[in-house]
Design a binder for this molecule. Structure first.
Ligand SMILES: *Cc1c(COP(=O)(O)O)cnc(C)c1O
Length: 451
C-alpha cells in the first residue's frame, strides 16, 4: 500500500478521498486533517502560509479545507462547517458564488497574466473611483500589505518627510514600517514588533492610542489608520476622531491614509470614509475588491497619485499587478454589491450579533458582540465595558475565546482562530444560516461556560 507521499494518483471516478476535488487529488484513501496538516508541515513552515491559520492562539490543529460553497466550508474529512471567517472578509458574496466563478472562468480562458495593460484592470479601477469619490486614480497590486507599503512610500515621496503615525491595535499587513510594538497611553516611538525588522525600518514610526487625536508636527509624512478598527475586535471610531485626524493632518501638511482593506466595500459602497464623511488623501484597498482572489489597491487624489511611477518619482511595480483573474472577480463582486445589499448585510450583522448575544446569555458564557455597520466583533469575559482602544481590547479573555472557538467548531461553526478577529457576515448568511449558527452557539456557550 502506497503512502500519500509516494503515490498521488490522478483523481478519477474511483477515488474516494473526501479531500479531493474534481481537479486536485490529495492521495489514495480518505486523508484526515491531521495527516494532511502533518504532511503540509514537512513542506511549509508551520504548515501554513499565513500564521494565524496554525491555530496557535486557540489550540488544536486546523481543519484542512477541501472546498467551500456559500456560507459553508468542508474539510478533507468531509465535515462541513458554517463559516464565519470568509477568508477574513475577502469573500463577501459567499464561497464559490456563481458570479465570481463564472467571471474567473471566463477570464482564465483569455490567459492569466500578460505583463501589459488590460480592459479588466481599467474597469475595476473605474468601478472603484466611481464609488469612492476620494479616489481620482487607483493603482492595483496583489495584497493589502503591498497597498499599505506603497501608500507609505507614496506619502513619504509626496511630502519629502519620513515620519509615520500609526495606532496601537491597528493592523496594516506585513509591512516592515508598520510592524511596530507600540506602547499605548501616550504616543511612543516605534520598536520592531517582530524579528527581522531592523530598528531603522520603524525608527520613524510613532504609535498612538486609537481614538485619541495625536498632536502632530511638521516631521510627519502621514497618519495611517483603520477608520473602523477590525483587527482588535471591531472598534468604532469615536465621534470626532477621524475628523480630528483630518484637521491635524491639514494643520501640519501631513497626508491622511485610510486603511480600508477590510472596511472598503464592506461597510458600504463608499467604505468607512462615506459612512463617517471624512475624506482621506490616500486609501488602501484589498480583500473585497478581489472577490476572493489576491489583490490590493491604492487610491487617492490625482495630485497625490501622480507621484507614483511612471508619472512621478515614487516607484511601484508588480509582475502580476492588475491580474486578469483577480480584477474579473473583483468586478463581479462590486457589480453584485448594490446599496440594497449593504442594507441587507447590516440587518444580518445585527441579527447575528443579537442571536450570538442571546445564545451566550442563555448558555452562561460571558461575551459581547459589538456591531459597526456590517462588521461584528466579539469580546469575551466579565468586563462588558465598551472598547475604544487597544488597552480596552486586550481585556478580552483570550482563554475564554479559545474555549468558545473550540466549542463552536465542535458544533459545526468555524470562527477565526484568534480572539481579535472580526466575525464576517456575507451574502450567503441568510436568516436560516444565522439561526442555525445561533442554535449552535447556544450549545457551544453551555460547553464553554462549563469548561
Ligand atoms: C488584511 C489586512 C491587511 C493586509 O492585507 P493582505 O492582503 O493580507 O496583505 C492590511 N490592512 C488591514 C486593515 C487588513 O485587515
Amino acid at each position: 500500500m502506497s503512502t500519500p507521499e509516494t503515490m498521488i494518483p490522478a483523481c478519477g471516478p474511483g477515488c474516494a478521498a473526501a479531500g479531493c476535488t474534481p481537479t486536485v487529488c490529495v492521495g489514495a484513501g480518505v486523508p484526515s486533517n491531521h495527516e494532511l496538516f502533518d504532511r503540509s508541515r514537512r513542506a511549509i513552515p508551520g504548515g501554513v502560509n499565513s500564521s494565524i491559520r496554525a491555530f496557535r492562539a486557540v489550540g488544536g490543529e486546523p481543519y484542512v479545507v477541501a472546498r467551500a460553497s456559500g456560507a459553508t466550508i468542508t474539510d478533507v474529512e468531509g465535515t462541513t462547517y458554517y463559516d464565519l471567517v470568509q477568508s477574513y472578509g475577502a469573500v463577501i458574496l459567499g464561497h464559490a458564488h456563481p458570479a465570481i466563478t463564472a467571471a474567473v472562468s471566463r477570464a482564465a480562458v483569455d490567459g492569466t497574466s500578460y505583463g501589459a495593460p488590460t480592459p479588466r484592470e481599467m474597469k475595476l479601477a473605474e468601478a472603484i473611483r466611481e464609488r469612492v469619490p476620494s479616489c481620482d486614480l487607483v493603482r492595483l497590486m496583489n495584497s493589502g500589505t503591498e497597498a499599505t507599503s506603497t501608500a507609505i512610500r507614496l506619502a513619504r515621496g509626496v511630502t519629502g518627510r519620513d515620519r509615520i503615525v500609526t495606532f496601537a491595535g491597528n493592523f496594516h499587513g506585513a509591512t516592515d514600517a508598520l510592524l511596530v510594538a507600540g506602547g499605548s497611553g501616550v504616543a511612543t516611538l516605534g520598536l520592531p514588533g517582530t524579528a527581522g525588522v531592523p530598528n531603522a525600518a520603524v525608527a520613524e514610526t510613532m504609535v498612538a492610542p486609537y481614538n485619541a487625536v495625536p498632536v502632530l508636527d511638521e516631521l510627519v509624512a502621514a497618519v495611517i489608520v483603520e477608520p473602523v478598527a477590525a483587527n482588535m475586535g471591531v472598534v468604532a471610531p469615536r465621534p470626532g476622531f477621524l475628523e480630528g485626524l483630518r484637521a491635524e493632518c491639514d494643520r501640519v501638511g501631513a497626508l491622511l491614509i485610510f486603511d480600508e482593506v477590510i472596511t472598503g466595500f464592506r461597510l458600504g459602497t463608499g467604505g468607512a470614509q462615506a459612512k463617517y464623511d471624512v475624506t482621506p488623501d490616500i486609501t488602501c484597498f484589498g480583500k473585497v475588491i478581489g472577490g476572493g482572489l489576491p489583490i490590493g489597491g491604492v487610491g487617492g487624489r490625482a495630485d497625490v497619485m501622480e507621484h507614483l511611477s511612471p508619472l512621478g518619482p515614487v516607484f511601484h511595480a508588480g509582475t502580476l499587478s492588475g491580474n486578469p483573474l483577480a480584477t474579473a472577480a473583483g468586478l463581479a463582486a462590486l457589480d453584485t454589491l448594490t446599496p440594497d445589499v449593504y442594507i441587507e448585510l447590516m440587518a444580518r450583522a445585527r441579527h447575528l450579533a443579537a442571536g450570538l448575544r442571546d445564545a451566550c446569555v442563555a448558555g452562561g458564557f460571558r461575551a459581547s458582540f459589538p456591531v459597526v455597520g456590517t462588521l461584528v466583533g466579539i469580546v469575551c469575559g466579565d468586563d462588558a465595558a465598551p472598547v475604544h482602544d487597544f488597552d480596552d481590547a486586550k481585556r478580552t479573555d483570550e482563554a475564554a475565546y479559545a474555549a468558545f472557538f473550540r466549542a463552536m467548531l465542535a458544533e459545526g461553526v468555524a470562527m477565526a482562530p484568534g480572539a481579535y478577529e472580526a466575525i464576517f457576515v456575507g451574502l450567503a448568511h441568510d436568516d436560516a444560516v444565522i439561526d442555525a449558527i445561533t442554535a449552535a452557539a447556544h450549545r457551544a456557550a453551555v460547553a464553554a461556560a462549563s469548561g
